[in-house]
Ligand binder design. Structure first.
Ligand SMILES: [Fe+2]
Length: 197
């Protein structure tokens, strides 16, 4: 079944500003990586939509908590962690969107098995592994109330340092090559916001 891209964009367009920009960035980066590793159009479209909506569960969590400067308490972190399950519960009600549920539910898994649902390695659906890398890249290169923005070099270093721990080693290597190609192509504006160009 063909997923409704327009509906997903309409949903994201009513997200609060930071979440909206993050969602578009993660979708853009995920799609670039998927194209680079040879996904077909149907898989790319599902990934684009899943990545756009990966954090939809955050709309059920107080913005004050999501944007809190400094460290979250254990209890607060427990609430924020629920966004994957809250998101998948929301999306379950959308007819035809079932194929993106693994992205929403598993984008905080870690390659070493220490993520939210404790899947590890290739037990984690590959589209979710891709979104995890795009998500981390965007989080590190964007200004947040609780962290200093990292440079491109620092960000790629961080991704590499976490190969086999947080991220798929193979996908990090492919992502790095893909990002470098992308920067060469769009050297004047390297932080684009639409996944559908
Ligand atoms: Fe998330």
């Amino acid at each position: 079944m063909k997923l409704d891209t327009e509906l997903a964009k309409n949903i994201v367009d009513i997200f609060p500003g930071e979440l909206r920009a993050h969602s578009y960035n993660v979708s853009y980066l995920s799609v670039r990586l998927a194209e680079y590793i040879g996904y077909n159009n149907e898989r790319i479209q599902a990934l684009a939509i899943g990545a756009l909506l990966h954090d939809i569960g955050k709309t059920k969590i107080q913005e004050k908590l999501l944007n809190k400067p400094g460290r979250l308490t254990e209890e607060e972190f427990g609430i924020v962690k629920k966004h994957t399950v809250l998101g998948s519960e929301l999306i379950k009600n959308f007819n035809g969107y079932q194929s993106i549920l693994p992205i929403i539910l598993y984008h905080h898994e870690r390659w070493d098995g220490a993520g939210y649902e404790r899947l590890n390695g290739n037990e984690i659906p590959e589209p979710a592994q891709i979104v995890t890398i795009a998500d981390a890249f965007d989080a590190m290169t964007t200004s947040r109330p609780y962290q200093k923005t990292k440079t491109l070099f620092e960000t790629l270093h961080e991704l590499n340092k976490n190969k086999g721990l947080q991220f798929s080693p193979e996908l990090v290597e492919q992502f790095e090559t893909c990002i470098i190609k992308l920067i060469k192509r769009t050297s004047s504006n390297f932080h684009p916001i639409t996944p559908f160009t």
